[in-house]
Design a protein around this ligand. Structure first.
Ligand SMILES: Cc1cc2nc3c(=O)[nH]c(=O)nc-3n(C[C@H](O)[C@H](O)[C@H](O)COP(=O)(O)OP(=O)(O)OC[C@H]3O[C@@H](n4cnc5c(N)ncnc54)[C@H](O)[C@@H]3O)c2cc1C
Length: 393
């Protein structure tokens, strides 16, 4: 048998540390491949998904220098309809709110318009579908938009899901697939000889496993017992988000996701079918702080109001902050580490919801066969160590 598949005589085949959407999807897909799987998290189904907007924005989130990541994002977006159906079945009928509503990215002034034109050109060079619209055409599509909108990009392929429902469905699917869920934190990685052998939990339980997946989101670099040669360059990037509610007579307020860059900050409005309108998000490098601040709420409301003035009439029903697991190149870390038996599934930054289906496929394939699928090879954790070694050479 391949060494990375070696099971522990006393324990499971696979231990997943962290039950956010990434740990849950890894555990669910591993269990479906017939691996005996356990998962540890004090609050499974929580994490950043409780805050995230749930945009599946492979095209509108394209940034210069992230063309390799684009391939992964586009593949995961394409996988979503089938994934949503599989998950509905596996969770006993839970709906994750997958909505093929499309996205409109608009410009409010000449500088924004220039920026959007450049993004449009980049999208076309990458073979992506998007259509340039005049301000008037944008308002015809979304009548609640401000009269000052100067133009926009219509991207029908960027959809959405409800990340809270996604997390709940994944937890149910894990339990139904036989994943044993321990509601406790991993206090230390266990290592014997040159291998990871599981984890000690903070309630004193020892979970032995042939393979361990570290999927603790922005906390992934903090686990005691991980040897120094395992480099986990993940950091928290705070995002504040607001939830407004569109009362039934006003519906539909917006028919698709609307986004813009206002004074250099990204703002988006994501309308759900149940009337929830999610407005996000700030991007702040403040460690693990998750305080909702007056300044954050003010900036989001100010920018969203410039885009869609009518939002001031809506009830503000929730304010919340969460932590994106950021990595040095904004792409996830998927695959084996320098320590045999320890894998990473983390660093998904602003695309974790989008990348959930593909992450599940990649991690299950790795755990079952010892091989990282071709598409995910540029994202193995070794890329940072290798880059550093090259720069010293
Ligand atoms: C404001 C905001 C908006 C976003 N919008 C979008 C969007 O529109 N589209 C999109 O694709 N993505 C979006 N994201 C990103 C997405 O939410 C994240 O990339 C994704 O949720 C990360 O999931 P995760 O499971 O890796 O980490 P997390 O959600 O952070 O989960 C980690 C889990 O690990 C657990 N844990 C931590 N330490 C331990 C330990 N020692 N032992 C056991 N368990 C532990 C925690 O309890 C937690 O449940 C957004 C994020 C934020 C914050």
């Amino acid at each position: 048998m391949h060494s990375s598949r070696r099971g522990s005589p006393k324990g499971s085949d696979v231990l997943v540390i962290g039950g956010g959407i990434i740990g849950l999807v890894s555990a669910w897909r591993a269990a479906r491949r017939g691996l005996r799987t356990v998962l540890a998290d004090p609050a499974p189904g929580g994490g950043a998904a409780q805050v995230a907007a749930g945009m599946l924005a492979a095209v509108t989130e394209l940034h210069y220098g992230e063309e390799t990541l684009l391939g992964l994002n586009v593949a995961s977006a394409a996988r979503y309809p089938e994934f949503a159906a599989e998950l509905a079945e596996a969770s006993g009928g839970m709906d994750i709110g997958y909505r093929a509503c499309g996205t409109l990215a608009v410009a409010l002034d000449a500088d924004d318009r220039l920026h959007l034109r450049e993004l449009h050109a980049l999208q076309r060079r990458c073979g992506l579908e998007s259509q340039w619209l005049t301000g008037r055409e944008c308002r015809r599509l979304e009548p609640m938009l401000a009269p000052g909108v100067r133009g926009g990009l219509r991207v029908d392929g960027d959809h959405q899901v409800d990340p809270r429902r996604l997390a709940a469905a994944l937890l149910a699917a894990c339990e139904r697939a036989g994943v044993s869920v321990h509601r406790a934190s991993a206090a230390r990685l266990l290592v014997a000889g040159d291998r990871a052998t599981g984890a000690l939990l903070d309630d004193g339980t020892e979970l032995g496993a042939g393979q361990t997946v570290l999927a603790a989101g922005s906390f992934s670099g903090q686990l005691p017992g991980v040897p120094p040669e395992v480099d986990i360059p993940v950091r928290p990037v705070k995002g504040q988000v607001l939830r407004l509610t569109v009362p039934a007579p006003y519906a539909p307020f917006l028919s698709r996701t609307v986004r813009a860059v206002v004074r250099g900050s990204h703002v988006y409005l994501v309308p759900r079918e149940n009337g929830e309108l999610v407005i996000g998000a700030t991007s702040e490098e403040l460690g693990w702080d998750t305080t909702v601040t007056a300044g954050g709420v003010y900036e989001l409301l100010r920018d969203a109001h410039e885009l869609v003035p009518g939002i001031t009439e809506l009830p503000l029903t929730e304010t919340r902050a969460g932590l994106r697991p950021g990595s040095p190149d904004n792409a996830p870390l998927l695959g084996p580490t320098a320590l045999p038996g320890l894998h990473l599934a983390t660093g998904h930054y602003r695309n974790g919801v989008l990348l959930t289906p593909l992450t599940g496929d990649v991690m299950a394939e790795l755990l079952a066969t010892g091989t990282v699928p071709e598409l995910a090879r540029p994202f193995t954790p070794g890329r940072f160590t290798e880059a550093r070694q090259e720069s010293y050479a």
